[in-house]
Design a protein around this ligand. Structure first.
Ligand code: DOR
Ligand code: ZN
Length: 441
């Protein structure tokens, strides 16, 4: 079951090419000149970079309740095609994933699709309403073994609820992932507060709305001895807060999205809602600060905030459009464009911020592991010289709200391998059930 020979791959893009023999989903032998035992499929990886399968801590799969925008099947196909072997599905679904029943449904559906490991994120508060804490313990102890909790889309605003949630998180050894946004400061806000918003007449979204919540939460996390994860950092000022908190020993980690590494509010002049996202696109200096912080490790990981929205929610005027953009299939290429081509990260660095650290933060034992004998074969093969043109309609997601439409991006995912099984190859995803008869999702 799930045996494979990969030939001539370069782990982390360094050193000589090696072959890897995978049996029962585990790398059993690594070295030059391996010969495939009879009947074992072979993947020729000449010229390709081999990385541990990517792990996304922040994905919106929309199911249950938002199937007009994405389903677990289509979102997982996008993930596998993007090089991911594990994703964390945010709980802002309908019904909200605030109970063991809903998180177990998401986990099981992910398992049925079989393209990536789907780990449900549980809500911190009932219905994401910010009023009453959800049953974190029940979700953590459930079959889904929820490791991360978040009200993403909204901030856990009440400091008392946040304090209690962190105390529970400490006792349960789980992580609270905060969407840091002081809603009092962003009421009515439509765009990053700055010259572009003023010129366009859009109400401003101050960077301090993020910075103040992160400062508060770091203080609360320190007191509780809890692990806090800051979602989608967007402002340079927040980085200073994170740096100080980490230096003081606070258990805080942080993510940046691909779009906050590459895109700025200069794009808003088109008034195209494809650029509307929460937190908003910020300034050039902010994106530069994000890249630098990622390279230094002050920001730990890249997380996509993959947020599919059907056209009826996006093809409308700016104020009415829902915030969010697709991310899973473009993330690796955008990171290469923003950080590898500028020399800030090498492939080892990419493995660190897109696989190893995310797996560590969420406590996944079998992803983001070193590429070595005895390790699970969760892997991605990347063509570092590949170039592709993004077309929303060709992406696997049901929705097509990509901000990169028509852009030529570097680096292509050639194949993704989950426990020795090829889940995506040459731009085609292969779900486990359909794999036998060669169907596409
Ligand atoms: O842009 C965003 N979209 N930010 C969020 O926090 C939520 C997400 C969504 O669910 O669409
Ligand atoms: Zn969010």
């Amino acid at each position: 079951m799930h045996d494979l020979l990969i030939t001539s791959a370069r782990p982390y893009g360094v050193g000589d090419a090696v072959d890897l023999l995978i049996r029962d989903g585990v790398v059993v032998e690594m070295g030059p000149g391996l010969v495939a035992p009879d009947g074992i499929p072979t993947l020729d990886a000449d010229g390709l970079v081999l990385l541990p399968g990517l792990v996304d801590l922040h994905t919106h799969l929309r199911e249950p309740g938002g199937e007009e925008s994405e389903t677990i099947a289509t979102g997982c196909a996008a993930a596998a095609l993007g090089g991911y072997t594990a994703v964390f599905a945010m709980p802002n679904t309908d019904p909200v994933a605030d109970s063991d029943v809903v998180v177990e449904h998401v986990r099981r559906r992910g398992e049925e699709v079989g393209l990536v490991d789907v780990h449900p994120v549980g809500a911190v508060t009932v219905g994401l309403e910010g009023v009453k804490m959800a049953e974190l313990g029940t979700m953590a102890m459930s079959r889904a073994q929820v490791r991360m909790f978040s009200d993403d889309g909204r901030c856990v605003h009440d400091p008392l609820i946040m304090r209690r949630a962190l105390e529970y998180a400490s006792a349960l050894d789980v992580v609270i992932a905060q969407h840091a946004e002081d809603h009092r400061l962003t009421a009515g806000a439509q765009a990053h507060e700055g010259v572009v918003a003023s010129r366009l007449g859009l109400a401003g979204w101050p960077a301090t709305a993020e910075e103040t919540i992160v400062a508060r939460d770091c203080a609360l996390a320190r007191e509780a001895g809890a692990a806090l994860h800051v979602c989608h950092v967007s402002s340079a000022r927040t980085i200073d807060v994170l740096r100080a908190a980490k230096a003081a020993g606070v258990r805080v980690s942080a993510e940046v999205t691909p779009h906050h590494l590459l895109l700025t509010d200069a794009r808003l002049t088109s008034y195209d809602p494809v650029n509307k996202v929460n937190p908003p696109l910020r300034t050039g200096p902010d994106t530069q600060a994000m890249r630098q912080a990622l390279a230094e490790g002050v920001i730990d990981v890249v997380a996509t905030d993959h947020a599919p929205h059907a056209s009826q929610y996006k093809d409308t005027e700016w104020a009415a459009a829902k915030p969010g953009m697709l991310g899973l299939q473009t993330a690796l290429s955008v990171v290469v464009l923003a950080c590898v081509e500028s020399g800030l990260l090498d492939w080892r660095g990419v493995a660190r911020v897109m696989s190893e650290r995310p797996a560590e933060i969420a406590g996944l034992p079998d992803h983001g592991r070193p590429i070595a004998e005895g390790e699970p074969a969760n892997l991605v093969l990347v063509d570092p010289d590949g170039v592709w043109t993004v077309r929303g309609e060709n992406l696997a997601s049901l929705a097509s709200n990509t901000p990169y439409e028509g852009m030529r991006l570097p680096a292509t995912v050639v194949a993704t391998v989950l426990r020795g099984r090829i889940t995506a190859q040459g731009g085609v995803a292969a779900p486990s059930g359909a794999a036998q008869n060669g169907e596409r999702v």
